[in-house]
Design a binder for this molecule. Sequence first.
Ligand code: FRU
Length: 499
Amino acid sequence: MKTWTLKERRRTLTEDDRHELQKLHERISASAWRATYHVQPVTGLMNDPNGFSWFGGKWHLFYQWFPFGAVHGLKHWYHVESDDLVSWENKGLFMKPDLLYDNCGCYSGSAYTEDGTTYFAYTGNNKDVFNQRHPYQVLSWIDENGKAEKLDHPLIPHPDGYTEHVRDPKLFRHEGKYYILLGAQDQEEHGKFLLYSSDELKQGWKMEGELKVRGYDHFGFMVECPDLEKIGDDWVLLFSPQGLEQEGEHFANKYNNVYFVGKMDFDNLEFIPNGPFAELDRGFDFYAAQCAAQDRYDDAGVLCAWMGCGDYSYPATDEEDWSGLQTLPRELSIKDGKLLQKPARSLEKIRGRKLFEAKDGSIVSDTMHGLMPRTAVIRLDDPESESIQLNLFAHSRWNGLAISYDKFRRRLTVDRGDFINQCNEEYGTSRTIALENGLSSLEIYVDRSSAEIFVNDGEYVLTMRIFPTAQENLIRMGGKNIDLVIYEALPVTEDTFVI
Ligand code: FRU
């Protein structure tokens, strides 16, 4: 693996880099692990989704991007666009570090649209000559060329009592005021939320104080990527805390992405949960989720996340000089006080031909003959009558991705430990969920190097990266009486070179 010098990691994209990146793109686009219906980095490394929003008649997503390789170097924002949350078009660089305030990276942030202008609040990651970090919360907006125009001074001075870890502004408007919610670390190294407000977007920001969550003093040692989303009469507080202790089958990843459903009391700076403290995703690779600022759906939120996590590595694609994927966009809704997450409704469009069908346990049609397609949508219904076992990308000697349900103990287990290519095994190779109400359906989206498993139409989701080799190409299915359909997944997102 290449080792990166500080100088190489601090490189900013310029026009002169076009040729080099084009060559890099040509090379990585031939990889067997490039996605066909997910947002992936044009080159280099992608992490958090930023500025996810609907404006100008399209969906827009920006991602944290280091253009030159699979390393967390200087972060730029790359822009992709979609009509339907299904096929995405590469639009090129949106914002790069070119201010003193963001000299060491344009870190994560969010979008807010008003009167035809979309604004982005983001963290300018400044480092001084002693390599000391100074975070600034910065505002930019889209100029007439579709590029970022930045305010030349920060919106908010650094708050006293907090370390240099204050970042990831969520900008929103509520009852006539603008708000910014930040993730922060206090001097005791506890993860906190800070809330700011203003009557104007470009000035007048003042600190309201810490946003408390009733019943909790703090979350780990740092809170990253906080988000507040209103769905109907409920609020959802989503965030990515670092340093949570694993509790049984919960919080097993290095860093976990969590949420509360509840009420938001702006006057007393308090979030009042009316449900449990829960992980957004029960798989292996899911972090920094962000809800879209949108008015397309008034009955649902739309969420996207990074299929990865800080300090993880993915040797299979790191060696090819690229890293990261975005999850499929998910729709969030609340039913009986519980958060449901479903694949965005328009994702129906990626279902192509039926490759296999079993009804009540008997095969109705089969064009696969035991061979696992590299991309697919698998739908399994009403398996209550028997326990099930699915092995995707198996080999005569290995199990591949093993998905099993034990009907009697009501436990669903997903195990990715039996592949040739492994990643981040120190955080465990299997995940188990106790399904209080049993299993009624599974919907699995496979896209060459990823799998997203939606359980019981959105009650739980498990997201993961997998890197099957060409010889891991079998599918095995077990379980009586199940209804199972496997569709080909249409390659709706083109891997084009645009910078
Ligand atoms: C989360 C994060 C954010 C930060 C960004 C930098 O993955 O660490 O807190 O803004 O990534 O790329």
